[in-house]
Design a protein around this ligand. Structure first.
Ligand code: CA2
Length: 153
């Protein structure tokens, strides 16, 4: 069975503990359940990981590039948190790994502060989705299958 990698960056381990008006009351564990269910419906296995460290995200993206090249993984759903708005290193990693990637944000970043309107991920993402809450992770997995033409196996 092919896999899909779901990566969450800095502070997303705090989901459900603060700022419910912005991010909802669901936790990271709920996100992982949503991803597993969506992947299962599509004949995939979801691997969900969270880190507060930029370098760890970069290492995982490199690994995903190798697994995609081997046909074992269909791509990545990435919520890079605030690194979205700052990290040229993540931009370079995604470009270098040639990995199909959907950029996802729980909140509608374009309806928030101006500094959240810029993304270093968007230019190297296959698609960008935002503002659909935690259920959006499942929609992003479905979108990744559609844009990559990945058949379930
Ligand atoms: O909307 C999103 O998913 C974001 O990627 C979340 C990031 C933010 O910096 C981006 O602009 C948009 C922040 C993640 C922090 O998550 C928290 C969740 C609950 C409590 C505190 C932080």
């Amino acid at each position: 069975m092919k896999t899909v990698l779901v990566l969450n960056g800095p502070n997303l381990n705090l989901l459900g503990t603060r700022e419910p008006a912005v991010y909802g009351s669901e936790t990271l564990a709920d996100v992982e359940r949503i991803c597993q269910e969506a992947a299962q419906r599509l004949g995939l296995e979801a691997q969900c990981r969270q880190t507060n460290h930029e370098g760890q995200l970069i290492d995982w993206i490199h690994e995903a590039g190798r697994l995609c090249a081997q046909g074992e993984m269909i791509g990545v759903v990435l919520n890079a948190g605030a690194l979205t708005h700052t990290s040229i290193a993540l931009h370079d990693a995604i470009k270098g790994a040639s990995v199909p990637l959907i950029e996802y944000h729980i909140s509608n970043v374009h309806a928030r502060e101006a500094f959240r309107h810029t993304s270093w991920i968007s230019p190297v993402a296959r698609a960008v989705m935002a503002g659909l809450g935690v259920k959006g992770y499942g929609l992003a997995i479905t979108a990744l299958v559609q844009v990559t033409g990945a058949a379930s196996a």
